[in-house]
Design a protein around this ligand. Structure first.
Ligand SMILES: CCCC/C=C\CC(=O)SCCNC(=O)CCNC(=O)[C@H](O)C(C)(C)COP(=O)(O)OP(=O)(O)OC[C@H]1O[C@@H](n2cnc3c(N)ncnc32)[C@H](O)[C@@H]1OP(=O)(O)O
Length: 201
């Protein structure tokens, strides 16, 4: 029942978000695919387990040491979500981490230092694409935050419909990127408080 209600709520949101836009979501999709082909990632940073009987997929981030959101990581994440999106049997998506103590350390700081303007552009496009894809997903999305989740890790969880966080005082979450001179969109702080729950693990 709860899943059905969440799906209904989500469908309303998707209706609004899927209005035609000048950028066009399909052009974003192909940009990701092109980028993936170029990067030709060899070791998977993302693992997906899809349970046919429940219609729920668990996407585990497995990029040591801290699941930082590099261009390769973001590309792989988007491709994985895109594949699930295309599978009509998949109704729900849980995003979590395979690493102990860390959900995601946020944007890969090494992507923001000493890179060419072209590479920086590609990276920032991938960041935007990730949160747009997640936020406008037609699946019910849940972030199972089983470790620290600063900055972009927090942003990733904010793109989900629900967040459940391990109740561990050592795990931190929040938009700390202002310390690096990066400003988060207005309103995200309210959003996280409204829809985040904790659980012990
Ligand atoms: C619309 C705009 C939105 C913008 C949104 C976001 C902006 C960002 O995300 S900027 C990135 C901000 N991220 C951080 O400030 C996180 C910094 N990291 C931490 O707080 C801790 O590392 C963390 C709590 C995640 C984990 O702590 P520990 O388990 O104690 O690990 P270590 O600190 O020892 O780190 C291990 C290893 O990982 C490297 N690392 C950590 N974070 C990042 C990162 N974001 N990018 C790249 N690399 C990272 C760290 O340097 C260590 O490397 P080694 O020293 O080589 O082992």
């Amino acid at each position: 029942m709860a899943l059905r209600a969440a799906l209904r709520q989500k469908c309303g949101l998707i209706g609004i978000l899927s209005q035609p836009s000048s950028s066009g979501s399909h052009s974003r999709v192909s940009a990701v695919l092109v980028s993936q082909m170029r990067n030709n990632a060899t070791s998977p940073k993302i693992k997906v387990d899809f349970n046919q009987s429940t219609g729920v997929a668990v996407l585990s981030m497995q990029s040591p040491p801290v699941n930082s959101l590099s261009l390769d990581f973001l590309t792989e994440l988007c491709i994985s979500v895109e594949k699930l999106e295309m599978d009509r049997a998949c109704r729900g998506l849980i995003i979590t981490s395979s690493l102990p103590k860390v959900f995601s350390a946020g944007l890969d700081i090494l992507e923001m230092y000493g890179k060419s303007p072209e590479r920086c552009g590609e990276f920032w496009r991938a960041v935007q694409e990730m949160w747009l894809k997640m936020y406008s997903s037609n699946m019910v999305t849940i972030a199972a935050i089983n470790g620290s989740s600063p900055a972009g890790g927090c942003l990733l969880s904010l793109t989900c419909d629900y967040r459940i966080m391990s109740d561990n005082p050592r795990y931190s979450i929040g938009l700390n990127e202002t310390l690096l001179g990066i400003v988060a969109p207005f309103g995200t702080d309210k959003n996280i408080i409204k829809n985040t729950h904790t659980c012990s693990n």
